[in-house]
Every structure is written in structure tokens, then in C-alpha cells.
Design a protein around this ligand. Structure first.
Ligand code: FAD
Ligand code: SF4
Length: 509
């Protein structure tokens, strides 16, 4: 890897090496820019990963976040990661495309906000991402016959097969979901061999053989091959500006020392909580007053049922079966929609989810936990309406670097509550139809979205439709924080597509 002296001004510094930062790093480096990526977490070696859920905690962002509101969100492993590759190192690799209607929900329903551009502008970038990183999917996708996946799906695990039974009984269409993993071995340019998925089920503990498509086996090797430098274990805390208010550089903490790195352009890709926190802490780019505002999640209601036979939910790719039939249900009393996916899960994650999500305690909880091997899950990802009461602010407590810890307020509004109720009923019916007993609904929210929304009006948005700050022309944001509304689809694909789009905009200037 090429390295740059810290005394040299970089063309571009990118804070964060995940879904938002990595594609852009590769694209800009390919175009000849001197790119430095500053990543708070370490560089992991994939061959060191084990399926052990306790060891996998090294992949999680565990710095304390304070959580409030009526539906306080659980952080830690459930919602973000750290390390060279970001949260994608331990994501589930479920990779549906966003529904075009979700980007125009305000026009459709009068609720939420429209995105500042339509889906057809994002589609070419989505196709580029899928082709480059490797996404598997079915030959015919029932909800979009035009699309084509480059790899065949992995085998279905027991939860995926049970969901198919439930869907067939209720007349709901289903398919193998798009998954960001490869099912035949390839030579990934600038990385080397990526082995085919062996269906081990340990995606959330890090994929040992490179089958799961992550920045450290796709975008980042490409970036490095074109001269980008990735500095791990570097926590940025200060963004510096000149008298005009333009960014001049950043200061980061590395091995106990503060180091200044100057740059011509700065990209924030630290994720929806840390990006907002850095801007608020440094008092920057907030003329609109929107930094930290409109924090969103995906409604992620789950239903777990117990079957007569052993299902071994730890085995196989966890989330293969999908239905998008509920993207606009006919009987909906809410705006937007949700997709449903099947769920397998590792035992410690499942046990803590059950303990947190139900009121069962003592012998009743022990009896429930003992049913692990016969359990299978269904989960939704549902759209979330931006709400000015949900936000990230700086709390009164400080972290080890003396920076205020973030306080995240999160409450469902009427639309989210109606969607949760609809999904709870349907998931229960699906599991009943598949033969499950002892069905439990878990009310949960996933992903961290919003806080630096994009838009066309500088009074109402933090960045332009291309991710450029309205206040500071050499500051860009490329991560989950720019989404004006959540959209129902799992987010990584759209974040990566937007990242390439922002890179193109930067190169045009
Ligand atoms: C358990 C789990 C499962 C998921 N499953 C799926 C899935 O199946 N499909 C899907 O589409 N999405 C999934 N997601 C969501 C997806 O992973 C995230 O939405 C996405 O990775 C967010 O990308 P990002 O670039 O916004 O942030 P991140 O990927 O979190 O990247 C931010 C990076 O910035 C670094 N950073 C933060 N602050 C600083 C600082 N001050 N200085 C330097 N570096 C900093 C962090 O260490 C991190 O590496 C999952 C997420 C989790 C946690
Ligand atoms: S199931 Fe496949 S993609 Fe997931 S960790 Fe195992 S080999 Fe990797």
C-alpha cells in the first residue's frame, strides 16, 4: 500500500471505510486522486474470524451511545460495526434493491418526504455495485422481471423452507432473496481468491473465505491498487477550517497521539450517528439546523415460532427467502410498506433477543431458550417516516477522547405503529400456516438512518442531492445519514450506489 507523509495535503480525506466510504475511495483513487481513508477500527484478517459470537464482538462499534425515546434503540453489534470495511464486516448481506415508490412516498401519500431525484438515476449505480461486488439472486425475480443476478442463490436453510410453506399456504409470492455473496469461486481483481459460499451461517461473525461481499475484499483493494492509503486505528475528532469556513484538514488520535492531516476535500462516511456527532461537536455545516435531525430506523418486527422437528437455526445462510408482496398491501392503514425475510440466527444473539424482546423470565424463559434448535424466524424491514422528534444530539457525558457521547432519541409515530401491527398479524398467520407453535412477536428496530439529509433546499437539508454540504463546498457526506426517508429495503446497496454517485459529482467539479 502506498503511504503519504502526514505533511502532504491529500486531495481527499475520507472518514470511515464502510459502505459509504469505500466505493467512493476506489472511484476517486481510480481517477488519480490522492486519497487517504481514516478508519477508527483495526484492520482485521478474515482468516482469523471464527463463528464464535463472543469473539465477533471485536467487529462491533461498542463505544457507548445513550438511547432514549419511547422505542429506545439497542446499539452495539445490532446496529453498527468498526474496522476496515465498517459495519459490512458483520452485516447479513441481504441485498434487495430499494422500491422506486419509496423514494417518492410524499408524492404518493402526502406523508414522509420525496428524495430529491428518482430511482432511475440511482439504478445504473446499483447495477454497477451488484456487478462489481458480487450479488446472488434468482433467475426470475417476481417483483421485477427486468433484473439479472450474476450468481445463483445459496441453498435454503430451514427457516427459508418454512417461510415458503407459510407463503404458499396464504397465497403470498416468495423467492430467493438477493444476497451479497458469491456461489462460485472467483479471482477478485486486486484482492485474490474469493471462495464460494459454504453455507456455514456465520455471516454476522465475519466471513472467513471471502464469499460475503465486503469492502475489504472488493472496493478497498481496488482503492489501494490505485494509490489510496488506508490508515486503521485512527479516530478523527476535529475538523479544521480556514477563515472562509472551508475545510483545511482533520486531527485524529492514533496510538495516543494527535495527528493533523490536511486535505483539499473531506468526505464524512462515519455512519449516521458518528457523522452527525462529528459535525455537531465541531459546530459545522449546520446552517439548516438539520444536523442530527430526523433520525430513522427500519421497523424490524420479528416473529419466532417453534416447530416439531429440529431446524438448527445456526446453520446455512440466515435470511434467504424474501417476499415483497407487502410493499403496498391492499389492506394497509399506513403509508409505504415492508418486505419480509426468513431468519436463522446464532444461539447467543437469539437468546439475548428473546430475553430483551419478551416479558418471559425464570423457568418460562429457560423453557423458551431450550427450544432454540426447533425455532425459525421471520422478520420485516419496513419504511420509517422522518420525524422531527427523533434525533441525535450531544449528551452531557464525555468519551475517553473528551468528546460528548451521542444521545439518540427514537420513538415510533402512528405510521410505524400501524405497520408494526399489520406485520405482527401477518407474520403470526404465516407461521401458523407453516405449522409453528408458541409464536412470539419481537418489537425491534434496525439500522441507523438520516441525521444529515439530502435535498434541494439549503434551509431544509444538510447536503445537496449529490452529498455536498450546502455550507462548506469542500465537505461531502457519503453514508446512511443522507437518506431523506428510510425506504423499506435493507440499506447497504443504496448506500454504495449513492457513494459512487457522489464520487462522480466530486470528479465533475
Ligand atoms: C448486524 C448488522 C446486520 C446488517 N445486515 C444488513 C443486511 O443484511 N443488508 C443490508 O443492506 N444492510 C445491513 N446492515 C446495515 C448496513 O451494514 C449499514 O447500513 C451500512 O453498513 C452503513 O454504512 P455506513 O457507511 O453508513 O456506516 P459504517 O459501515 O458503519 O461505516 C462507518 C465507519 O466509520 C468509522 N468511524 C466512525 N467514526 C469515526 C471517526 N470519528 N474517525 C474515524 N472513523 C470513524 C467506523 O469505525 C466505521 O468503520 C446490517 C448492519 C448490522 C450492524
Ligand atoms: S454463509 Fe457463506 S457468506 Fe455467510 S459466512 Fe458462511 S461462507 Fe460466508
Amino acid at each position: 500500500m502506498k503511504t503519504y507523509p502526514v505533511t502532504e495535503t491529500a486531495d481527499v480525506v475520507i472518514i470511515g471505510s464502510g459502505a459509504g466510504g469505500a466505493p467512493l475511495a476506489a472511484r476517486l483513487a481510480q481517477a488519480g486522486k490522492r486519497v487517504i481513508v481514516l478508519e477508527a477500527g483495526p484492520h482485521f484478517n478474515a482468516s482469523d474470524y471464527t463463528p464464535d459470537e463472543i469473539e465477533a464482538r471485536e467487529l462491533y462499534w461498542l463505544n457507548e451511545r445513550l438511547s432514549g425515546g419511547i422505542n429506545p434503540q439497542a446499539f452495539g453489534g445490532n446496529n453498527s460495526g468498526t474496522g476496515v470495511g465498517g459495519s459490512l464486516l458483520h452485516y447479513g448481506a441481504f441485498m434487495p434493491r430499494p422500491d422506486p415508490r419509496d423514494m417518492m412516498l410524499h408524492t404518493e401519500t402526502g406523508m414522509s418526504v420525496d428524495w430529491p431525484f428518482q430511482y432511475n438515476e440511482l439504478l445504473p449505480y446499483i447495477e454497477k455495485v451488484e456487478a462489481f461486488i458480487g450479488v446472488s439472486g434468482p433467475e426470475h425475480y417476481p417483483w421485477d422481471p427486468t433484473r439479472h443476478y450474476h450468481y445463483a442463490p445459496p441453498p435454503a436453510n430451514s427457516a427459508a423452507l418454512k417461510m415458503r410453506d407459510g407463503c404458499d399456504a396464504l397465497g403470498i409470492r416468495h423467492a430467493d432473496g438477493p444476497t451479497a455473496l458469491i456461489t462460485h469461486t472467483i479471482d477478485q481483481p486486486h484482492f485474490g481468491t474469493r471462495e464460494a459460499c459454504v453455507n456455514c451461517g456465520a455471516c454476522h461473525q465475519g466471513c472467513r473465505n471471502g464469499a460475503k461481499s465486503t469492502p475489504d475484499n472488493t472496493w478497498l483493494p481496488l482503492a489501494v491498487a490505485h494509490g489510496a492509503e488506508i490508515r486503521a486505528d485512527c479516530v478523527v475528532h476535529t475538523l479544521e477550517t480556514d477563515q472562509r469556513g472551508h475545510i483545511t484538514g482533520v486531527v485524529y488520535r492514533h496510538k495516543g497521539r494527535d495527528i493533523r492531516q490536511n486535505c483539499d476535500q473531506l468526505v464524512l462516511s462515519a455512519g449516521a450517528v458518528e457523522t452527525a456527532r462529528l459535525l455537531l461537536h465541531n459546530g459545522l455545516a449546520n446552517r439548516s439546523g438539520q444536523v442530527g435531525e430526523n433520525y430513522m430506523t427500519h421497523i424490524s418486527t420479528q416473529a419466532w415460532g417453534v416447530f416439531d422437528e429440529d431446524l438448527r437455526p445456526n446453520r446455512g445462510y440466515p435470511s434467504l427467502t424474501i417476499t415483497e408482496d407487502m410493499m403496498r398491501p391492499k389492506d394497509a392503514d399506513f403509508a409505504g410498506g415492508y418486505l419480509i425475510q426468513s431468519l436463522g440466527m446464532m444461539p447467543v444473539t437469539w437468546g439475548s433477543l428473546v430475553a430483551r424482546g419478551t416479558t418471559r423470565r425464570g423457568p418460562e424463559l429457560a423453557r423458551t431458550l431450550a427450544q432454540y434448535n426447533r425455532s425459525a424466524g421471520l422478520g420485516i424491514h419496513g419504511d420509517c417516516i422522518p420525524n422531527p422528534n427523533n434525533r441525535v444530539v450531544l449528551s452531557d457525558e464525555k468519551d475517553a477522547l473528551g468528546i460528548p457521547k451521542p444521545l439518540i432519541t427514537h420513538s415510533y409515530g402512528p405510521n410505524e405503529l400501524a405497520m408494526h401491527a399489520h406485520a405482527s398479524k401477518l407474520l403470526t398467520s404465516l407461521w401458523q400456516a407453516a405449522g409453528a407453535k408458541d409464536i412470539r412477536i419481537l418489537d425491534r428496530a434496525a439500522h441507523m438512518i438520516g441525521t444529515a439529509r439530502m435535498g434541494t433546499n439549503a434551509d431544509q437539508a444538510v447536503v445537496s442531492p449529490y452529498g455536498q454540504s450546502f455550507d462548506i463546498p469542500n465537505l461531502w457526506i457519503s453514508d446512511h445519514s443522507t437518506f431523506p426517508s428510510a425506504t423499506a429495503a435493507n440499506p447497504a446497496l443504496a448506500i454504495m450506489a449513492l457513494s459512487l454517485r457522489t464520487a462522480d459529482a466530486m470528479l465533475r467539479q
